[in-house]
Design a protein around this ligand. Structure first.
Ligand code: ATP
Ligand code: MG
Length: 418
């Protein structure tokens, strides 16, 4: 990709009304555009990051046997009345509308009802269980507060997985398998170290659910955490938690702000009973299916990465989700010889399948470097007259600021392991 062709531009200043660091940096970098409070566009650079996050999520969900599907946003009230979740008294985030043909319709804010209804057609025997399905789909929620940039929007992607089991043992096994996959996902996107599987309120079916909470000042949640023992408890359930059972004392727990990037939840038979999802056991006796639900917010995760890893100069992407691996910054391009050299190395990267953004614009070097710092691509490779004379490229690692001068051969050995 040539930066001269990218329709987005970096900005020196963030919009005055944007208070969240994630949105300030992402807007300045041209990753996202704020359409209105709680509603953002993902521009080409931002979409590349989201797609990388989604790819990691998909890999991990597929690896544990999750089958991807896609369910609609438009919701039939009849179904939601069965679980008492249609009324605005019980659910305060609904967006609703009317059909021209008459009748109400809702915009999906989660999909337990929908997925349970679908499975009535496909589950009849214990032999059909266990299994899991997931989607990465747009949710709508009429959130009261929307001041945290892309951490909390009124329209957002969610990866939601649902598990279906015949027995508690089957359910617990799947729950643990998903928990481990979540650990891998947050490690892979670069926030694993600060992300805790946290005890949270469980509803009626298990004592606790688990939230994946990332410690961050920008967080809207409060957790009590013992970093040494890797234990975290949401403030909502601190009173209920049996600390001695967890091998911890109150004094060891420190209050911290955190961001809920995901959660996993045992649903028991609440939805299957209300909607009529049952299976027959070996003796022909009918039982409600035991379910679990598991969410991750890809954009909230992206915002968390920005918030945690950014430095004074701008965003710092981990390689795993960076929009490009290499930012090729061309200086002295007015000189045809240098231009040719730069084009050659750009093609060499592209030929090797390395994702490269080539700053081929006619702007001052200082501006190019400032933009490069703001964009946060892991490796900056500078092509310049000085470098051409020495036969080397200056390679700057964004995360550490380390600078090396490498020949073409060393460059490809280093970046693509040739
Ligand atoms: P919160 O308590 O922060 O409102 P929630 O408990 O309502 O979150 P879930 O319904 O469990 O969240 O949604 C699953 C995941 O979707 C969350 O862990 C989060 O990563 C993401 N998510 C939830 N609400 C939003 C939102 N408004 N904008 C962006 N992502 C969201
Ligand atoms: Mg919420």
């Amino acid at each position: 990709m040539r930066q001269s062709k990218l329709f987005t531009r970096t900005k020196r200043e963030a919009p005055a009304d944007e208070v969240a660091k994630n949105a300030q940096l992402l807007i300045r970098g041209g990753y996202i555009y704020k359409n209105m409070a709680g509603s953002y566009s993902f521009l080409p650079l931002g979409l590349r990051v989201i797609e990388k996050i989604n790819r990691i999520i998909r890999e991990e969900m597929n690896n544990i046997g999750g089958q991807e599907l896609y369910m609609p946003s438009l919701q039939d009230p009849v179904l939601w009345k069965k679980t008492d979740r249609w009324s605005d008294e019980n659910v305060d985030v609904w967006f609703k509308s009317q059909l021209q043909a008459g009748g109400d319709v809702g915009f999906g804010w989660t999909h337990e009802e929908v997925v349970t209804d679908i499975m009535r057609q496909y589950v009849s025997s214990y032999e059909d269980l266990p299994f899991s399905v997931y989607q990465i789909q747009t949710k709508f929620r009429n959130e009261v507060r929307a001041k945290s940039g892309i951490m909390r929007t009124r329209e957002f992607w969610m990866k939601d997985m649902y598990t279906f089991a015949a027995t508690e043992v089957q359910h617990d096994t799947m729950y643990e398998t998903v928990a481990q996959a979540y650990g891998r996902i947050f490690n892979r996107i670069g926030i694993g170290e600060k992300t805790y599987k946290t005890f949270a309120s469980g509803g009626a079916f298990s004592k606790f659910s688990h939230e994946y909470q990332t410690l961050a000042e920008a967080g809207e949640d409060v957790v009590y955490v013992c970093e040494a023992k890797g234990i975290a408890i949401n403030e909502e359930v601190l009173e209920e938690a049996d600390l001695s059972e967890l091998g911890i004392t109150r004094e060891e727990l420190v209050e911290r702000k955190s961001i809920e990037v995901g959660n996993i939840f045992s649903l028991g038979t609440k939805f299957s009973e209300a909607i009529g999802l049952t299976f027959k056991d070996e003796t022909g006796e009918s039982h409600p299916v035991i379910m679990g639900s598991y969410g991750i917010g890809p954009a909230r995760s992206m915002a968390t990465v920005v918030d945690l890893l950014a430095d004074k100069k701008g965003i710092v992407w981990p390689e795993s989700i960076a929009p490009f691996m290499v930012h090729l910054v061309g200086l002295n391009l007015e000189d045809p010889e240098i231009r040719d050299w730069a084009e050659g190395i750009y093609n060499a990267f592209s030929d090797r399948g390395v994702e490269v953004l080539f700053d081929d614009r006619e702007v001052r070097p200082g501006e190019k470097f400032a933009d490069s710092d703001l964009l946060g691509i892991p490796y900056r490779v500078v092509v310049s007259r000085k470098g051409k004379e020495a036969g080397t490229f200056e390679v700057v690692t964004r995360k550490t600021g380390a600078v090396r001068n490498l020949t073409e051969q060393e460059l490809f050995a280093d970046l693509v392991g040739e």
